[in-house]
Ligand binder design. Structure first.
Ligand SMILES: CCCCCCCCCC(=O)SCCNC(=O)CCNC(=O)[C@H](O)C(C)(C)COP(=O)(O)OP(=O)(O)OC[C@H]1O[C@@H](n2cnc3c(N)ncnc32)[C@H](O)[C@@H]1OP(=O)(O)O
Length: 237
């Protein structure tokens, strides 16, 4: 048996693969536990954050500390960034053809600080609310000087999706209905507030409101339905 395995591995090593497969195929020994710790928490302040973004971050962050002065005993909890957890997900027919180590959560894929989606989320421990402070960078332009509606939709889906995952475990968005009320100026900081409206078996209904940082203007209102699914369904495609 050992000699057969040795021969197979030598064959694999010696086999010449086309150049386009470089980086796509990894030796089986590196495929171990599919979960990896996050390399960097992208929801922490960086120099691109506006004064308003920092002030709002501090406002919620201070409420993560309880009256006893202990971090984590307050009514809110800061969620570290989710960038990508599954190193070797098998779902999706084309996944075997892309560089899996380069795959990341859509809203965390622009690496230049301040250019794309800058955001941080806080969840209320009682779980009915999740808040996101979002600063829209110059690469998210839609109408001149304003944020692309698809970028806003992606943020809403991410905030509702994170909230739903926190409350229900693995979920998928089944339906997302968005009303755009006022355009979001590019470069501005807005607040997304996700609310758990109702749970009904596998279904969880959420709403989201996007407002200006001072709450004076409603930019977007939306409703979403998430369905609980098994992890094996996500991994298996
Ligand atoms: C920490 C992690 C942070 C992550 C943040 C990022 C979050 C990003 C979230 C996403 O963007 S997920 C990607 C976008 N969504 C998809 O690609 C989902 C594609 N659709 C599916 O895979 C399936 O349709 C789905 C899993 C949603 C549902 O299929 P199921 O086979 O599990 O459910 P089924 O079709 O049997 O329906 C179950 C119930 O839901 C209802 N339902 C399903 N789809 C619906 C729909 N679209 N609208 C209204 N109701 C719906 C359906 O009528 C039924 O109701 P009843 O039980 O009362 O009969």
């Amino acid at each position: 048996m050992a000699s057969i395995l040795c021969r197979i591995s030598k064959t694999l090593v010696n086999h010449r693969l086309p150049p386009f497969t470089k980086g796509l195929i990894r030796p089986m020994v590196t495929v171990s536990w599919p979960f990896q710790s996050q390399p960097r928490d992208l929801s922490l302040p960086n120099p691109s954050w506006s004064k308003e973004m920092l002030q709002h971050y501090e406002l919620y962050n201070s409420q993560c500390v309880g009256e006893d002065g202990k971090e984590g005993s307050g009514p809110w909890r800061r969620l570290p960034s989710y960038n990508r957890l599954l190193k070797f997900a098998t779902g999706g027919v084309l996944l075997s053809k892309i560089i899996q180590s380069e795959a990341r959560l859509f809203t965390r894929n622009i690496k230049i600080p301040g250019a794309g989606f800058e955001y941080v989320m806080f969840i209320k421990k009682s779980q009915e609310k999740c808040v996101c402070i979002f600063q829209a960078g110059h690469l998210l332009e839609g109408p001149p000087g304003h944020v692309h509606g698809g970028a806003t939709a992606a943020m809403i889906d991410s905030v509702n999706g994170t909230h739903a995952t926190y409350v229900c475990g693995p979920v998928m968005t089944a339906n997302l209905n968005i009303n755009y009320r006022n355009p979001i100026p590019l470069g501005s900081t807005v607040v997304l507030e996700s609310t758990l409206d109702q749970r009904e078996g596998r279904k969880a209904f959420f709403s989201c409101i996007v407002t200006s940082i001072d709450g004076s203007k409603v930019h977007v209102e939306s409703k979403a339905l998430f369905l609980s699914i098994s992890m094996s369904r996500i991994l298996g495609g």
